[in-house]
Design a protein around this ligand. Structure first.
Ligand code: G4P
Length: 531
């Protein structure tokens, strides 16, 4: 089934991907099983166990503990079938979708996990749309086939209609629910039987009517299941790699993460079909992954991963070239050099110093606030990568400090939180106090807890008179005119970009009509240096 030659070339061998799904579809379970295949963990359950350990060690993560959710994005590296996989984990909770979107800017492909009983759910759809915006190829894993499921044709139909994405089932379930007995490889006429707890090898069969398939099914269901296999083989589109790479078609696998079934098919598909690291558009030019010089961009900042060190880790995707430990890079936003003395790789159970990293790899760079989300590092060239978006917040609040003497400290703390992407801050041009913006309410809870624990700042929130924030752009003169006309409802964000704050959707529409030369945007796609 292999379509890509195995190679020693570090770029060709790399697969950097994320899993997108609706909560509860089985992402965590599948992650564990993928890591198990890659030998990155010994026992399934480690991902969860690790998360729990981390929670008990880190104070601000008390929120996660209380609510039983994970708000941490991380990266896990493992090897399998001659490939190096970088799995970028995305937080499950909806409130952290910004983090998720940023993470998706750093992957080359994604696995879409669907609960076989539920089909396409809201969050899957949203995440899929982000992947589509970035032409990220998607491999689909229909999970929980060991439970009662919907008709597989129905599920494929739903993917095609709701996501406008062609489907090419690679495997097809033999029986479903309690009668789920394995899968049939449609193109190669092979079966894989559902075994107790190991993934069984593939066995050749002579088409869907082979007695070996009938023998797997309860007699009263056998005829219907075999007819269904025949139909699937005749009616379904064959896999077309070009259409997949262009994001028009998804290969579909059926399985059960819980029973470790279908996981081998999935990981082999990633090795065989998924694209190696791709080039990336910078403001000035396209950067090919195979260029000799190192370039990379920061898509996530995570603080306090190790509470003993109060560290801040910037997660950088290497976009081209080779990163070598100790090298001097240029931080393009400031123009200053930065020594990469301790870049790190992350595995399921540990981190290790990264002596070298290649395009597609994600390294953690410890720093004390030098790096921000969206930053580009190069070997000297003035490049700025696009593609780490900011989203307009859905909730705007004023921060109320109980001790007015600490206003300066609060300003610094908010700036740091904004640099990490925990919240966005908007400082009105008329000098009024900063407004914080978040996409989801849970981010506010994280902010309160972190301000208290890390900075000793007890704060509460007051509602702001604004409900909506939009980045505004226009010709310089027109923009100046607009900002001067509304000093108390315009502000600047962390990067100095101008923002219009509206008290209602009505006000926003009204101003949009009055100022046709001004563009009001709810996404800021990349960050420029402060002006
Ligand atoms: P998530 O990260 O996408 O939110 O999902 P997670 O893996 O945590 O799975 C959600 C629930 O679905 C878990 O059950 C998990 O065991 C179950 N599950 C995952 N994959 C399969 C599968 O292939 N078949 C079946 N039958 N169940 C599956 P839970 O009871 O909520 O949690 P737990 O107590 O089992 O950990």
């Amino acid at each position: 089934m292999s379509t890509q030659p195995r190679t020693e070339d570090p770029v060709t061998r790399r697969r950097t991907f994320a899993i997108i799904s609706h909560p509860d579809a089985g992402k965590t379970t599948l992650t564990e099983k993928l890591l198990l295949f890659g030998g990155a963990i010994q026992l399934a359950g480690e991902v969860r166990a690790k998360a729990n350990r981390r929670q008990t060690r880190s104070d601000w993560m008390g929120i996660e503990r209380e609510r039983g959710i994970s708000v941490v994005t991380s990266v896990m590296t493992f090897e399998h079938a001659g490939c190096v996989f970088n799995l970028l984990d995305t937080p499950g909770h909806e409130d952290f979708s910004e983090d998720t979107y940023r993470t998706l800017s750093a992957v080359d492909s994604a696995v879409m996990v669907i609960d076989a009983a539920r089909g396409i759910e809201s969050r899957t759809r949203k995440l899929f749309e982000v992947c589509r915006l970035r032409d990220i190829p998607i491999v689909t894993f229909v999970n929980k086939m060991d439970r009662e499921t919907r008709d597989p044709f129905d599920l494929l139909d739903e993917i095609e209609k709701v996501l406008a994405l062609d489907t090419a089932p690679v495997t097809w379930p033999i029986g479903r629910g309690r009668a789920f007995a394995g899968t049939y490889d449609l193109a190669h006429s092979m079966i894989r039987k559902l075994d107790s707890d190991v993934e069984a090898p593939m066995l050749p069969v002579d088409g869907p009517r082979d007695p070996a398939i009938r023998a797997l099914l309860p007699s009263h269901e056998a005829d219907a299941a075999i007819d269904e296999l025949e139909l699937a083989r005749e009616a379904c589109k064959p896999f077309d790699r070009d259409a997949f790479l262009e994001g028009h078609l998804t290969p579909v696998f059926f399985g059960s993460a819980l029973r470790t079934f279908g996981v081998a098919d999935l990981i082999n598909a990633l090795a065989d079909f998924a694209p190696p690291p791709r080039g990336l558009q910078a403001e000035s030019r396209f950067v090919d992954a195979r260029e000799a010089k190192m370039t990379g961009f920061v898509f996530k900042i995570q603080a306090n991963m190790d509470p003993n060190h109060r560290d801040r880790i910037a997660f950088m995707r290497v976009s081209s070239g080779k990163l070598t430990r100790g090298m001097k890079a240029k931080l393009v936003r400031t123009g200053k050099p930065m020594a990469l003395n301790a870049p790190q790789f992350f595995f399921a159970q540990e981190r290790a110093l990264a002596e070298q990293a290649f395009a597609g790899d994600v390294v953690g760079i410890p720093n004390h606030g030098t790096l921000r989300i969206g930053d580009t590092l190069t070997e000297g060239e003035d490049l700025v990568f696009r593609g780490v978006p900011s989203f307009a917040p859905e909730i705007l609040r004023r921060v109320k400090l109980n001790d007015a003497m600490k206003a300066k400290k609060l300003k610094e703390a908010l700036q740091q939180m904004a640099e990490e992407g925990v919240v966005q801050t908007f400082v009105p041009y008329d000098g009024a106090g900063a407004i914080v913006g978040v996409v989801g309410a849970l981010q506010l809870d994280v902010l309160v807890e972190r301000l208290q624990v890390e900075y000793g700042l007890p704060v509460t929130f007051e509602s702001s008179r604004f409900e909506i924030a939009r980045w505004v752009t226009a010709e310089p003169l027109e923009l100046r005119k607009f900002l001067d006309a509304y000093p108390s409802s315009t502000a600047e964000d962390l990067d100095g970009a101008p923002v219009f704050l509206a008290s209602s959707a009505f006000t926003l529409r009204y101003e949009q009509e009055r100022w046709p030369q001004v563009t009001f945007s709810d996404i800021k796609d990349y960050q420029r240096a402060a002006v």
